[in-house]
Design a protein. Structure first.
Lengths: 73, 73
DNA sequence: TGATTAAGTCAAGGATGCTTTACAATGAAA
DNA sequence: TTTCATTGTAAAGCATCCTTGACTTAATCA
């Protein structure tokens, strides 16, 4: 799942550490998000959207709709 | 973090199992989301938004902006 | 009454998100 | 050249998300 974090951060001339502090997470978390190591939790996604004053959909790209099976009950 | 899952599901007369199957997750996951046990991952939130043809922000309520500390570096 | 469906819950385990500490590589600037 | 800021990465650990399997309760209905 891609995101526009690095661009949004560059537009504001913020370091990863700056953004991390503004969001209340560690710098490594920002780095992991930007380098695609993993996706943020939904609460963190909301924080990011609020900080940049954008909708979550404007920052994070829809995933490829992995077709999984949950054969239960 | 509250959500409108139960209402959206009721509007369509779907069971939790129906919704789970449509999303490719287990029924217990839907139940947990509706009963506030935890929040969905961002990818699952996107799937839910796509299914109901709504923005994530229209389904999930912003959290209370817990002020946490990340004293790192 | 007995069968079925829907919803709620629990336990155990695997997968993912996030932390701290630490170190390496790069580029800019003195 | 040395220093400094920034970025990338790794390991270990804890928290959260999601799974399967199983059980309970309530409502509906033949």
């Amino acid at each position: 799942m891609k995101n526009r974090l690095r661009v949004l951060r560059a537009e504001r001339d913020w370091s990863q550490a700056d953004l991390a502090q503004a969001l209340g997470v560690s710098r490594q978390t920002i780095n992991a998000l930007e380098t695609g190591k993993y996706d943020p939790s939904l609460p963190l996604a909301f924080k990011i959207a609020d900080l940049f004053e954008l909708a979550i959909e404007q920052i994070f790209e829809r995933p490829n709709a992995d077709n999984q099976q949950a054969t239960n009950d």
